[in-house]
Write a protein that binds this ligand. Structure first.
Ligand SMILES: Nc1ncnc2c1ncn2[C@@H]1O[C@H](COP(=O)(O)OP(=O)(O)OP(=O)(O)O)[C@@H](O)[C@H]1O
Length: 756
């Protein structure tokens, strides 16, 4: 029992009630200790508090009777209590249920009768067609209604004729019966089987019996008719209406969480969205709006349905009421996704099963399947699951990538998962700058040729120089590709041929915002950070984004909280794959994914920071985006540190002997096979291929992963191994010739090639 106590305004708790003072005690203040034995409730006060004087003034303005009126009740307390008890009794509930259903049946009959009398079916169809804005349909239904009216009119005109006909039939029938009785009576008299009067008397007795029977049966029939009508109404009600939740037996009441998504649930949710024209149109539709819906299909851990909105309602309006729609569907906002497919006036709703999105998805196939390999040209990184629960993969072939998100949402993990997959393709070279430097990318030691780790200006300078070196490499490749005369760009064969100089190169900068925000100025007076034409990191990024793709150089950047300062517009737009984890605002979403994706329904700002870790909204040509959508939601597999390290070991083994630099030393020059072979031949006229390979691995450890076939493929046609004395051999003279030929081609200035 609570102890009565004095409150700050001098009032007291009354027995049986709890007084809530206008100015609650400041319980959140640490220096106020509630009186002993008092349970204090924390209350959120949205409004301004009144001073005691203002409070008294308000009390004085209240009508005298209302000052201490207590709770306002529509029914006396006893009646309410009795109703409460009655509702808890299953029998009483059954009676109430049957009554309600019967009333619903009666209402249904009335509606149907009214409909039949007023051509309601046609009226509603016409209104629905108008709401959908389909003029042909309107015309057809108007015509159908006119025909129905005409048919009814014709029937009415025929009624008197019909009545006269009926009368004639009845009179004729009665006359026939009389004649028949008279003939039978006459025949009985003539044949001596009976008397004429006797037959007539017998018939009259029979008629009298019939009247008696009717008189006897009349009362039960009269009494039974209402029961039959009520039964009929009950049947009608159970067929055509749904009893309200509260009259159902408890076990058949729907829980809020388990609400099934049926057409009526969706239509009702749309109707109650607070969009006037939508409500009007749905109410006007004969099928209560069901025609607006496409089929509701199972899609992963939820369902998907397309909704054709009536004319006058824009897809934006529905999108703008995302939260309300979700709540109307008994879902959280993050459990409903609204996208805009290409069909006009259509929104696509994906509605998760309650709570399903909070279930973790399984481990990455990359972790489970140790034999899984990668191919830069033809492969797709297994990355996660889309909302339908289907595997979501991404092609990284010649892509610049940008991933953004609030801090600690799984950006590095998602980016690293892609890199760890691609690292399983031994032909791919990584140069990594981790500008956070807490060891997230340490495992790339021995995989990446450059690995910069740290957040200081020096690290930014090293990362910038890494990109600038890549720009030089890009220019070299562009010139070499031009000189090679290749017509199909860099083919897979060219890229994978050891020493070709066209292998895939991925430049990866995590926490790129650190680079854009770097205040350091170089000796040449150019800033490293910023987004001016003189900004070194920015300009290197732009050059690679502009021209790197065609020569297999891709730039992947990860960045937090995008703003115009820490992620310039041109850099955002230069990425082919744009990926976003949870973000704070729609504006940030626009920066991360672009206006088009956001306008079509992508909403990374609706992902829940903290709860939706690893869930990304992604857009770009590398993803399989469902037709009509411009983005896809992927719940990425989380590869933890231990599994990442195991995958890194596998990737490292493919690059046995690779030396990683920290960006402060020059990256190793690309392999020059012809010069290296010439060096290891070292005065021999020819040498067995096997021996050349062994000598090459001693000369440069990067040859350790090379096979006999790699070496054969990598040599030009004129210098390939040939068979002599029972062994495959390499000739020094042919290698020298190939070197001379290559140097001659290299000396030709590409700019002079077209001149006569
Ligand atoms: N796909 C995922 N599924 C579930 N949890 C994840 C997933 N990815 C990351 N996490 C969790 O989020 C944590 C933070 O991940 P991560 O370091 O990749 O975030 P981040 O966005 O890069 O952080 P920061 O911005 O601080 O660098 C991880 O330690 C992990 O617990």
């Amino acid at each position: 029992m609570s102890t009565p106590r004095e409150d700050t305004h001098g009032t007291h708790d009354e027995p049986g009630g709890r007084v809530i003072p206008l100015r609650p005690e400041p319980v959140s203040s640490p220096d106020v200790t509630p009186p002993p034995g008092t349970a204090v409730e924390r209350a959120e006060i949205a409004a301004e508090l009144l001073t005691p004087a203002e409070s008294d003034a308000v009390t004085r303005r209240l009508p005298a009777g209302a000052r201490h009126a207590g709770t306002v009740r529509l029914l006396p307390a006893r009646t309410l209590a009795a109703l409460g008890t009655a509702r808890r009794s299953p029998r009483v509930l059954a009676v109430i249920r049957v009554s309600v259903v019967t009333l619903q049946g009666g209402r249904s009959w009335a509606v149907r009768a009214w409909d039949a009398g007023t051509h309601g079916v046609y009226r509603r169809q016409i209104r629905a067609a108008e709401a959908l804005g389909d003029q042909d349909l309107v015309r057809n239904w108007v015509q159908a209604r006119e025909e129905a009216v005409e048919r009814r009119h014709a029937r009415l005109m025929n009624l008197p004729k019909l009545a006269v006909g009926l009368l004639k039939v009845v009179l004729g029938g009665a006359l026939g019966v009389v004649v028949f009785v008279l003939v039978i009576a006459g025949m009985a008299q003539l044949s001596g089987a009976g008397t004429f009067a006797g037959v007539i008397a017998g018939v009259l007795d029979f008629v009298g019996f019939l009247f008696w029977l009717i008189a006897v049966a009349w009362t039960p029939v009269l009494l039974g008719a209402p029961v039959a009508v009520l039964y009929g109404a009950y049947r009608e009600g159970s067929r055509r209406a749904e009893p309200p939740q509260w009259v159902r037996p408890p076990e058949r009441r729907r829980t809020r969480d388990g609400e099934m998504i049926t057409p009526s649930v969706v239509v009702t949710a749309l109707r109650d969205l607070g969009i006037g024209p939508l409500r009007k149109a749905i109410t006007a539709m004969p099928d209560a709006g069901a025609a607006m819906l496409g089929p509701i299909t199972l899609a992963g851990c939820g369902v998907e349905v397309d909704v054709l909105l009536p004319k006058g309602v824009s897809t934006n309006e529905v999108q703008g009421r995302h939260r309300k729609l979700a709540e109307n569907l008994d879902r959280h906002q993050h459990e409903v996704f609204i996208t805009i497919p290409t069909a006009a006036r259509t929104v696509r709703l994906w509605i998760a099963d309650s709570g399903a999105l909070d279930e973790p998805i399984g481990p990455s196939p990359l972790v489970i399947d140790e034999s899984l390999t990668a191919d830069y040209y033809t492969g797709r990184a297994p990355w996660g699951q889309d909302l339908r629960g289907d595997a979501a993969s991404v092609s990284l072939f010649q892509m610049h990538l940008l991933i953004t998100g609030l801090s600690n949402q799984g950006k590095t993990a998602a980016l690293r998962a892609l890199a760890l997959w691609l690292a399983q393709c031994k032909h791919v070279e990584f140069r990594v700058a981790d500008l956070k430097g807490v060891g997230d990318w340490r495992m790339f030691d021995g995989i990446a040729t450059t690995l910069i780790q740290g957040p200081t200006d020096d690290h930014v300078i090293a990362a910038t120089e890494m990109l600038e070196a890549a720009v030089a490499e890009m220019d070299r490749r562009i010139a070499a590709l031009e000189a090679s005369g290749a017509t199909d760009g860099i083919t897979r064969d060219m890229a994978y041929r050891p020493g070709s100089g066209f292998h895939p190169l991925v430049l990866l900068v995590d926490e790129a915002q650190v680079a854009f925000m770097c205040p350091a100025i170089g000796d040449d007076k150019r800033p490293y950070g910023g987004s001016k034409a003189t900004s070194r990191y920015f300009m290197a990024t732009r050059k690679i984004q502009n021209q790197g793709r065609a020569v297999n150089i891709g730039l992947w950047q990860g960045t937090q909280d995008p703003t115009d300062r820490n992620l310039p517009k041109l850099v955002r737009e230069g990425a082919h794959l744009r990926i976003s984890l949870a973000l704070g605002t729609e504006e940030q979403g626009r920066m991360a994914l672009g206006d088009k994706a956001i306008d079509s329904g992508a909403a990374p700002h609706h992902l829940r920071a903290g709860l939706d870790k690893g869930t990304v909204v992604a857009t770009g040509p590398g993803f399989t985006v469902p037709q009509g959508q411009s983005s896809i939601i992927v719940r990425t597999h989380f590869i933890d540190g231990k599994d990442s390290a195991a995958l890194a070991d596998r990737a490292r083994a493919l690059r046995d002997g690779l030396t990683t630099t920290d960006g402060t030393t020059e990256p190793a020059a690309p392999l020059d096979l012809l010069t290296d072979v010439a060096t290891v031949l070292n005065g021999h006229r020819r040498m067995r291929t096997q021996e050349v390979l062994a000598a090459l691995t001693v000369h440069d450890p990067r040859y350790r992963t090379w096979t006999f076939a790699d070496l054969t493929n990598a040599l030009p046609e004129t210098a390939k191994p040939y068979k002599t004395a029972g062994h495959m051999q390499i000739s020094a003279a042919r290698i020298d010739e190939a070197v001379t030929e290559r140097d001659e081609i290299g000396d030709i200035d590409p700019d002079d090639q077209g001149d006569d």
